[in-house]
Design a protein around this ligand. Sequence first.
Ligand code: SAM
Length: 245
Amino acid sequence: MEPVEPASAAAPVSDGPQPSPVAARFDLWAAGYDSSILQDTFYTGLHRHALHLATRANPAPRRLLDLGCGTGRLLRAAAARFPHAELLGVDISAGMLSQARALDAGRRAVTYLRADAARLPLADGAVDVVLCTASSHHWTEPEAPLAQLRRITADDGVLILAHVPGVAAWDLTTGAGGARHQGLRTGTSCLTALLSEAGFRITKAALYADCPVMPTTVVLCARPDTAPRARGGIRLLRSGAAGPR
Ligand SMILES: C[S@@+](CC[C@H](N)C(=O)[O-])C[C@H]1O[C@@H](n2cnc3c(N)ncnc32)[C@H](O)[C@@H]1O
């Protein structure tokens, strides 16, 4: 497996000349994030389901990434579940990462990297389990993060993409986290199509009903599609359909 690229671990992120509104919002929320009502109502279950499916997909990963790791809560649970895995957390918000590091003090080491999902500072095929919970609906242009996820996921790896559509819709409607302008492009059905376009095949789509108010948690398990000719064939047919008249 290719190593993480140390030189790019400190790669610049999108809070340069044009600050990311998502990062700015989560920087503000970071201190109170773990005491939010969303945690026990939605995210504890979301994390449990994501970890369960990750364990079934690969009980002993070598390297696990949590993309959009926030305050590192899922990584702390993953540390107990996967005692031998190298753990990485990537997030665009410096505030969330600094909370994660503070909460991790005295625990098993996790490598945290500040980066935009659209520009992951990791080598090709470097990760064999990728978790991404409650984060993908913040992606302004989901194609770029999904292409990055395909690039860094080992061919025998797995991506577990989980979200609570009700919370995502609330974010999109209210503009929370700077997500408003994205419309519904990262809803479940759209994500499924985008994952396929990015070179993943969905191996499981699980729905969970944990909360009586907003019941559905969606977890998608996706594996790299290592049959490029088949994907090319589909693209060919699609372009043929829109082709010469
Ligand atoms: C709702 S929080 C979820 C945090 C954590 N995954 C969890 O399950 O509790 C969304 C996180 O995604 C991060 N995020 C949003 N857009 C991102 C991007 N383009 N690249 C990296 N992280 C991003 C935010 O900074 C935030 O920490």
